[in-house]
Structures are given as C-alpha cells and as structure tokens.
Design a binder for this molecule. Sequence first.
Ligand SMILES: *Cc1c(COP(=O)(O)O)cnc(C)c1O
Length: 421
Amino acid sequence: MSVSESSQIPFLDLVRPHVELEDELVAAFRGALHTAGFVGGSAVEEFERDFAAFCGVRHSVGVASGTDALRFALMGSGVEAGQTVVTVPNTFIATTEAISQAGAQPEFVDVDARTGTMDPAKLRAYLERGCVRDAESGRAVSKRTGGVVSAVVPVHLYGQMADMDPILDLAAQYHFTVVEDACQAHGAEYFSRTAGRWCRAGSMGRAAAFSFYPGKNLGACGEAGAVTTNEDRVAERSRMLRDHGQSKKYFHDIEGYNGRLDAVQARILTIKLRRLAAWNLKRRDNARRYNELFEPIADSVVVPFESLHARAVYHLYVIRIQGRDRLQAQLAQAGIATQIHYPTPLHLQNAYVGLGYRRGDFPVSETLAGEILSLPMYPNLEARHVMRIVQSVGRFMARAVPVAAASTSSGTDPAPVAERL
Ligand SMILES: *Cc1c(COP(=O)(O)O)cnc(C)c1O
C-alpha cells in the first residue's frame, strides 16, 4: 500500500481553512486586544449587517450559540409557557432543548424519507387528526398536551432545505409561527413557488436560528450563533433576551439571559463570511463528485436527495445503506472517519421518556437512524479522497450485497431503500 492509500481521511478539516486565513484572523484578535472590545459593539454590528445581507433578511442578531438563537427566536416571536411547538425527531437535541427552555412542550412529526426534513403531509395529518381546532382563534390545540400549537420548527438538516411552501401554507391556515432551525444551512436556498423566487435559509420563517459552532459551514473560533428575521419586533425582543432583558443599560423590561456574541468571534465571522459562498460551492462540487461515483452502485447506496426546489449546502453528506455499522467499522479500518447524524431519534432519547412516545411512533426517522452514515465532507476535501472513500464503500458492498440479498424475501428487489419505506 502506498502512503497516500493508507493515509487517514478525517471527517472534517478545521485546521487548513484557519491556517490559510491566519494573518487576517490574528489581526482581528489583535484589533480586539488593542481596543478592549470583547463583547458587543461595532464589530458585532458589522457582522450582523453582513450576515443579514447574506441571508436576505432585514435583521440579524448575534448571540452566544445556536441554542441561544433558537431559544431567543422562539421567545422573541411570541412562544409562551404551556404552548406546544412542533418539530422533527431527526435532529440535534438543541432544537427541542430550546423549545423546552422557552417553556413550551415539544411534539414531533415524522420526516420525509428522501430529504430527512419535516414532511409537510405528516404535519398536516398531525394538525387535522392529532389536534382539535379552537373555534375562536382557529388555532390547533394538541390532543396529547392540551397546548396551543403556537410554533413549528422545520430543521434544514444536513444543509438541505425543508419543504417550506406547504409548511407556511399550514401556518397561515392554523395561525402558528414558523421558526427555521437553519443551524446546518448557512446559504442553502429554496425556490418558493408562492414567492416566485429563490429564498435563502433563514429568510422564510418569522425568525430563524443559526449556529456558528466551529464545525458548521460558517464557524467561529469558539461558540457563536445568530437570530435572523424580517420583523423589527422579533429582532428587538431577541436583542433584549440576549442581554438580560435590557431595553437600555440597567433598565430591564423582562428577565433575559447572558447570550451575547463575543466581538472577537464577530470579527472572525466577518472575515470567514466572505469565503462562505465559495466554500459552499466546493461542498456542492464534492457532493456531485460523490453522487457520480456512487452511480454504479446506486441500487445499494442511497445518495442525498436534492429536490428541484432546493440548493443544499451539504453541511453533511449522508448516505443510506444496509449494514451501516459494519460499513462504518470497515471504513474506519481503511482510515476513513465517518459519523452518524443522529443515531437515536429524539423521541427515543432518555431525556424525553417523559413525553411518552414509543418506538414505532415515527417509523421514517427510526429507519433512517439505522441506515444513515455521514461521509467526510468539507470544502477542501480532495477529489482523490472522494474517490478512495467511494471505492472503499464499493469494496464493502461487494461483500455485503449477497448477505443483504439473502435476507430479503425475493432477493431481487431493485428498489432503492428510500422507495421501500
Ligand atoms: C449545531 C446545531 C444546533 C445548536 O447549535 P449550538 O451552536 O451548538 O448551540 C441546533 N440545531 C441543529 C440542527 C444543529 O446542528
């Protein structure tokens, strides 16, 4: 084996993009040192302007994390204690933590098998059959919780946009607020048939939340996040919530949080934001490369589905495959790092036993959790590495295919996994 064949392929390369920008990033830190501008101030305002422009919204509010952004977006757009907020089980727990921390109760609807994002048909079924309609307000009241469904949180998972048009139609019909979890989708786009144009992630709901955790498509050198919104009032409330409920210094209209954005991180994010569009294009190139190479084994490897109305930014490149755990172990042996996003759907997590859900409640999410595998994906992932990864998966299939075929009834079912669900 040559050195290059045996070299490790990391899941993520966070070192190179920072080394490439080292001079600029160090200068940003020096700027903060020399002015002692560490929290808030003009550096934060500059980043907020740039990020709002990038997302195509009127306001962005810099906060301390994506979780803070979700919590402030929900509370800032009027979610109150005792209400119900609907999201999907196939997401990171921060989505539901923010809902609970806003005082509301999370409820789930299942995802679309192809995109892994909220299935609008399942949301409609939940509203029609899992709720009763309050005659006066026209809002849905959950039969499970008795709470008014005041908000729905679609998650643009893996950098893939949820199907927003039908979700927004239901929002108008049932008078709930839509808060996008765009923590994995900086720059993803959706063609709204209603608006007749392409819209960026974070510009379609009443508010949206972004995370700038280092591994995200736009990452700080530490923790950071942002709320985006077109509504003055939601922006203003989010600004108050991040800073102890202050309307001005030491005048607290409400109780808030310490959820401010560091000025150092804001300066770093301003520099990195200028590269984001190019980085996202490189991710899309890598996804296309993977897709093309997987073509010959498309009957056993389901590649990410991108609908015609979406342009994904591939925060993660997630395939579906039978024998996932064995493949993951074999890839690890070949020096290829992979991860699973996420191995246990939220309704089956210990933290949510109290919600009373059971296995079988969200079959699509549960099936996905057993079959998904996130392959290495980052802007500077090299073409020869993509080739080596696909070849390794191919080698696994050559061994695994007869086993998988023997376990199905006919052994000749050619339908991809997605269609069999
Ligand atoms: C990363 C992430 C969050 C939370 O962001 P933090 O900055 O880690 O608080 C929320 N939702 C999703 C889908 C995420 O991927």
